[in-house]
Write a protein that binds this ligand. Structure first.
Ligand SMILES: NC(=O)c1ccc[n+]([C@@H]2O[C@H](COP(=O)([O-])OP(=O)(O)OC[C@H]3O[C@@H](n4cnc5c(N)ncnc54)[C@H](O)[C@@H]3O)[C@@H](O)[C@H]2O)c1
Length: 453
């Protein structure tokens, strides 16, 4: 067989294995993105192996347990009987036909992209890479990462001279395929099934694009091929920057509305009746989660390479990161109205997850708010049905235990940071001496003890 024919057959063999669901799928990084994805492929009758460096996660999954609230252990057990397994041993990556990378992309202490997880993963894959495999990156990142960071590490580290397939060079028998496809999940959103969220796909070459489209086409109802990995990377950033900027806009308008005595929530509700040209965004105590507060800075960092200032991103960041300070001032002012000082006041923070009904604490504004309140001398407690304990994270070390919500009457102020649907807000309003509400959780409930902020 000639080299070129063998190269074509590498492509057709994998395409055929994906089409007939014979392909073995490896998912690297079994977190909020990777684990549900691995379960979707198992449900679609693929043989799936999950890889993670966190031994605890691997052990939990291997014993049929779960560490994500919305994934019950029964789902893991069902997947395991369907062939899903989890491992921390990367040698079996060679057996995979498609490898999907879902590892974190945080910011470092200087708020610059921390690509160490992607780089470490690429270095772990490289020695086990074989010709004809498809590698797809899903982690959110700046345009250029797939081709400038991932591909060079895979090519350099594989030891067999394997190269990523490109349209600009003649096809050989020593090729593997690479693509980028962003994850677009909205945790806690039950209105859109994950398989109904169209999957954007950009391959390093047309074959990689087609293979990744086939890979995702087997579980997503619609795929959206784009011309390159960089376009797919930028698409995800545009989506998140759009949210970040619009949330900042509405946060700023909330501050003005408060000053003018207007209810911004009523304004948003009225504006939302316009059948075109307006999409509602809602104000809050500050941005949270692994995406919106961080991802925009991936682009502002990359933009500097092009001598370009992303001013909207910086401005939105300024407005959004000031929100926790606004919340703390509002608590102080509300206590003052009751002739009390924040220093020494007992404050109960209700809800610490970064959004409603979510067991995710990453970048939650509640963490900053608790720290700011403590700095002012407040005695802070919290309640959150999803977090019995808050220990140490990347930017905090609180060591606090969840306190019962039934004791709201014992506090000088109850501060609603996250409006979980488990809470009985009417009951809280009746029993608390002061409620400061950052989420409009008290809509329709009135009382002199309720302060909207
Ligand atoms: N969580 C979301 O809602 C969401 C939505 C869209 C996009 N994203 C993006 O998806 C990516 C993953 O996010 P996530 O929320 O799933 O993160 P996560 O922290 O929940 O999970 C990442 C997993 O990767 C593992 N890991 C880290 N380094 C590894 C390595 N070298 N090899 C193997 N495993 C490794 C970790 O142990 C962890 O289990 C990020 O880039 C994020 O921005 C997340």
């Amino acid at each position: 067989m000639s080299t070129c024919t063998r190269a074509t057959s590498l492509f057709s063999e994998l395409k055929n294995r994906l089409d007939t669901r014979q392909a073995r799928i490896g998912v690297i990084g079994l977190g909020y993105v990777g684990l549900p994805l691995a379960l979707l492929y198992t449900e679609a009758k693929f043989r799936v192996t999950g890889f993670d460096i966190d031994q605890h996660k691997v052990a939990t999954l291997s014993s049929g347990g779960s560490y994500i609230h919305r994934i019950p252990p029964t789902e893991i057990q069902g997947a395991r009987s369907g062939g899903f397994s989890a491992t921390a041993e990367f040698a079996s990556l060679t057996d995979m036909d498609a490898i999907i990378i879902c590892v974190p992309t945080p910011l470092d202490e200087y708020r610059e992209p921390d690509l160490s997880f992607i780089k470490n993963t690429a270095e772990a894959i490289a020695p086990h890479l074989r010709a004809g495999q498809l590698v797809v990156l899903e982690s959110t990142t700046y345009p250029g990462t797939t081709e400038e960071v991932l591909v060079p590490i895979l090519e350099k580290g594989n030891g067999s001279g394997l190269k990523a397939a490109r349209d600009t060079t003649a096809h050989g028998a020593d090729e593997f395929f690479v693509a980028f496809s962003p994850e677009r999940e909205d945790p806690g959103n039950d209105t859109v099934a994950r398989c109904d969220i169209p999957k954007v796909v950009g391959g390093v070459n047309s074959q990689a694009s087609e293979l990744a489209t086939t890979l995702y086409g087997s579980i997503f109802h619609r795929t959206v091929p784009v011309s390159s990995p960089a376009v797919a990377e930028m698409t995800k950033l545009l989506e998140n920057i759009y949210r970040c900027v619009n949330i900042a806009l509405v946060n700023e308008l909330k501050l003005l509305s408060l000053r003018m005595g207007l209810d911004i929530w009523e304004v948003i509700e009225a504006a939302s009746t316009k059948p075109f040209g307006f999409q509602p965004f809602y104000p809050g105590p500050g941005l949270g989660g692994h995406c919106i507060p961080l991802d925009p800075y991936y682009l502002s960092w990359k933009a500097k390479e092009w001598d370009f200032q992303t001013r909207f991103i910086e401005l939105a960041g300024d407005v959004n990161s000031a929100m926790p300070y606004h919340v703390v001032s509002s608590v102080s002012r509300a206590l003052n109205q009751q002739r009390k000082a924040l220093n020494g006041a007992k404050v109960l923070v209700l809800g610490v997850g970064y959004k409603r009904d979510i067991d995710d604490l990453r970048e939650s504004p509640a963490l900053t708010i608790i720290e700011l309140l403590q700095k002012e001398g407040a005695q802070v407690s919290y309640n959150d049905p999803y977090f019995p304990f808050i220990g140490k994270g990347r930017h905090y070390d609180l060591q606090m235990k969840c306190t019962p919500v039934e004791n709201v009457g014992e506090y000088d102020c109850v501060l609603i940071v996250t409006d979980h649907s488990d809470y009985d807000y009417r009951w809280i309003a009746e029993h608390a001496s002061l409620v400061v509400d950052t989420r409009n959780a008290m809509r329709g409930i009135h009382g002199n003890n309720i302060v909207r902020c």
